[in-house]
Design a protein around this ligand. Structure first.
Ligand SMILES: C[S@@+](CC[C@H](N)C(=O)[O-])C[C@H]1O[C@@H](n2cnc3c(N)ncnc32)[C@H](O)[C@@H]1O
Length: 349
């Protein structure tokens, strides 16, 4: 099909004209690199990588048409072979159900003391969850429920107090934090990781949390006591990080730059010694996530990161670890509501 014919067909209508199929995709190329290339034409709300193809669902038929018009026949970054960018002709939903090219990962020994962890599905290719496109206020309702249930749990009051403090935009900021925890819990459930069953030690880092540990508190309120959470932001220093730390014995507020902390020092070293899984939640964070993920964190531990980038490329990791990308319409921040989920299962010791 010519580019012009593709454009006419795309403009003819509808939802089904927003998906393009890109091929051939070299195996070694990171999904994030391919997505940056495709997003020159516009926002992508979902994608799936299968064998040598990548299916990308654009937010509008017009941007899909633009991708075909401008990117078809050009080369992906770092490669010399021109790619085909064509309209996906079948029913919109079908590509989601195509079989993934995934090898089942063997069971992996995490740390010497912990049980082997099996992933229900593996993540050698990236895929997406269905986007939540409309705002219904579900995260506000969730906060209300937490506040109501905390009445009988006085130990949670300081965390609830943090979440209900005066802020610039309650809806936006509350939704961002809950969206990050939601993405993590969805991932946990989908891959049957049992992060919240109280049997695994989880260490969570929340870089760029703001002047108060909002996302860290949101997380702490929804996880068992086997979690240790570090909220890390130089802005916390202005709010007496030690007082905020007192909000919960397992919540640590570190008023420092992420790159200036040493994970070999307490309190990090102590927590990491027993960690089965490390979690990173970066919500509109400006901390250097890439270096933290690939250099600071230990390479032999199972790691999961949820990032909701706002500006620049702070929240994007250049790695093959991207597992999910979708727009969460429940986040009241247009243009800053893309949720990215990365996972690295860690190398054997
Ligand atoms: C846009 S604000 C987001 C704050 C909060 N997460 C929110 O969504 O409301 C970016 C935050 O990143 C923090 N930040 C900037 N550089 C940082 C660094 N090197 N390490 C940790 N935090 C950093 C800033 O202090 C600021 O609080």
């Amino acid at each position: 099909m010519t580019s012009l014919a593709s454009i006419q067909q795309l403009q003819a209508n509808s939802e089904s004209k927003r998906t393009v199929v890109v091929k051939p995709i070299p195996k070694h190329l990171y999904s994030s690199v391919i997505l940056s290339f495709l997003e020159q034409a516009g926002q992508i709300t979902e994608f799936k990588r299968i064998k040598k193809k990548l299916y990308a669902h654009y937010s509008t038929p017009t941007t899909a048409a633009l991708a075909i018009q401008t990117l078809h026949g050009t080369t992906l970054p770092g490669t010399s072979i021109p790619v085909s960018v064509q309209l996906y002709q079948h029913q919109y939903a079908e590509w989601r159900h195509e079989k993934k090219e995934t090898k089942r990962e063997p069971e992996r020994k995490m740390k010497k003391k912990s049980a082997p962890v099996t992933l229900a599905t593996t993540a050698t290719t990236a895929t997406t969850t269905p986007p939540r496109t409309t705002f219904t206020g579900r995260y506000l309702l969730q906060l209300l429920k937490i506040v109501a249930s905390s009445i009988k749990a006085p130990n949670l009051h300081p965390l609830v107090k943090i979440l209900t403090m005066k802020r610039k935009n309650h809806v936006k900021e509350t939704c961002e934090s809950f969206a990050a925890t939601r993405a993590l819990f969805d991932f946990d459930q989908r891959h049957r990781l049992n992060l919240r069953n109280g049997q695994k030690n989880i260490v969570a880092f929340v870089p760029g949390d703001g002047c108060r540990p909002y996302t860290a508190s949101t997380l702490m309120l929804q996880v068992p006591n086997t979690w240790t959470i570090f909220s890390i932001d130089p802005a916390l220093a202005t709010n007496k990080a030690s007082a905020l730390t007192g909000a919960h014995p397992r919540l640590h507020c570190i008023g420092k730059m992420l790159e200036s902390i040493s994970l070999d020092d307490p309190p990090f070293s102590h927590a990491l010694q027993h960690a089965d899984v490390i979690v990173v939640l970066a919500v509109h964070s400006h901390a250097p996530l890439q270096a933290f993920w690939s250099s600071q964190l230990p390479s032999n531990v199972h790691k999961i990161a949820v990032s909701i980038p706002c500006c620049g490329d702070y929240g994007w990791l250049k790695t093959n670890d991207l597992q999910y990308q979708y727009i969460d319409g429940e986040i009241d921040s247009p243009g800053a509501n893309t949720v990215l989920v990365y996972e690295n299962i860690g190398r054997d010791k």
